[in-house]
Design a protein around this ligand. Structure first.
Ligand SMILES: Cc1cc2nc3c(=O)[nH]c(=O)nc-3n(C[C@H](O)[C@H](O)[C@H](O)COP(=O)(O)O)c2cc1C
Length: 171
């Protein structure tokens, strides 16, 4: 993997996250890590800190084991993959790290770096530093139907805004 500048990136942010999915990963070799598939998120900018570094927003439901790691750590990574890994992402998004070593099951290779963990098989890695965390609030829904459809159990996601500290792409 090699580091590149933001200006070298060239992708459709809508299909990259919503259709191709990503892995949200937090933790280290020393403290343990976990990963899960996500298809909800945003790439953009807010607050203008860090010399104009871009930001990423992710949404994690309370019941995800990965949430314990994202909450505990100061960093998280977002990993994006070629289509051949779609089934693996499906597995990582339908099994919990609480129940076994799902990363070993799909044969991915964790890379422990930058105070977080990402995967050697990724085509793109965004290493993020947490800036902000907050729960989605019931009182915030202008369209109440969205809330009824997505949160019948009122298990609202926490959103996390991360400053993208490093962009890595496959060699
Ligand atoms: C395509 C896909 C997208 C998903 N997107 C999200 C998401 O954006 N946020 C979330 O909290 N869970 C999402 N999930 C569910 C988690 O990936 C899933 O519950 C996973 O098993 C959690 O693993 P963990 O308990 O090891 O953290 C998604 C699952 C799939 C298959």
């Amino acid at each position: 993997m090699r580091e590149i500048a933001f200006s070298e990136l060239n992708f459709n942010p809508f299909s990259l996250i919503a259709e191709d999915w990503m892995l949200v990963t937090a933790g280290t070799q020393e403290t343990g890590y976990n990963t899960m598939t996500a298809s909800w998120g945003h790439l953009g900018s807010i607050w203008g800190h860090g010399g104009g570094k871009a930001t990423a927003v992710i949404y994690v439901r309370p019941q995800r084991y990965t949430k314990e790691f994202v909450d505990r750590e100061s960093m998280f990574s977002l990993c994006f993959f070629d289509k051949e890994y779609h089934n693996a992402l499906g597995y990582l998004g339908s099994h919990s790290g609480r129940d076994g070593d799902k990363v070993a099951h799909v044969g991915m290779t964790p890379v422990f770096s930058d105070n977080t963990t990402y995967f050697a098989e990724a085509k793109l890695v965004l290493v993020c530093r947490k800036l902000y965390q907050a729960p989605i609030l019931e009182s915030g829904f202008v369209d109440r139907q969205v809330m009824e459809d997505c949160y019948p159990k009122r298990d609202f996601h926490d959103l996390y805004i991360g400053q993208i500290e490093k962009v890595l792409i496959a060699d």
